[in-house]
Design a protein around this ligand. Structure first.
Ligand code: MN
Length: 208
């Protein structure tokens, strides 16, 4: 696990994304799980699981689906720092991943395997989610040797729902952190990040 690819892709003078510390040792037994809804050049959902002190990450173009018969393409992307787990805001245009980021879901994940690092390396990860939106058993499975292409799928349990009657991305479109929509986040952050969110505005030091 390493954050070097994460750091290479970003200019932290230009983006409000957290730089993150070195991969951190787990401080309690709970492993962080988050999904960020990201309106970049194409809308997608970034699915992230804490493992070995970083957030291992996939970009899921169509987002998660509670229907076990529906498998969603999940493109494996670079590890992110744990600090990314609370990030919501605007990545300026022209920067990597430029666009609005919403914290769509957050909670804990519990790996099925005693050694989730091995399962991850093998490309077959089964786990339980305890999020605000996503719950129950899920699976991420690699379908291509290039390590890029995985599938995210719900496993059958009491949290499963047929897609034709329930689409969680439509039923629960807003932030788990602020309840805001993508449009509202974009508007809300303009005052902080400058016109159209294009340039971060340097905060004045607080007077004592
Ligand atoms: Mn993204």
């Amino acid at each position: 696990m390493s954050l070097s690819r994460y750091h290479q892709k970003r200019n932290f003078k230009q983006t409000p994304e957290p730089k993150g510390k070195k991969p951190r040792a787990v401080t309690n037994n709970k492993l962080l799980y988050i999904v960020q809804k990201h309106a970049a050049s194409h809308l997608h959902y970034d699915f992230r699981l804490e493992l070995d002190g970083v957030l291992i990450s996939w970009a899921v173009p169509k987002g998660p689906c509670l229907d076990p018969s529906v498998k969603r393409l999940a493109m494996h992307v670079e590890d992110h720092p744990l600090e990314y787990g609370s990030f919501e805001g605007i990545i300026p245009k022209g920067q990597y991943g430029g666009g609005t980021v919403m914290l769509w879901d957050k909670g804990e994940w519990i790996p099925e395997d005693a050694h989730p690092e091995l399962a991850y390396r093998k490309g077959d990860l089964t786990f339980t989610l305890k999020g605000k939106k996503l719950k129950g058993k899920w699976k991420l499975i690699r379908i291509n040797n290039d390590d890029k292409t995985w599938l995210l799928m719900k496993l059958k349990d009491r949290y499963a729902e047929p897609l034709k009657t329930f689409d969680i991305t439509l039923a629960e479109p807003n932030s788990v952190k602020t309840k805001l929509s993508l449009e509202e986040i974009a508007k809300n952050y303009k005052s902080v990040w400058g016109k159209a969110g294009a340039e971060p505005v340097k905060k004045k030091p607080a007077k004592k």
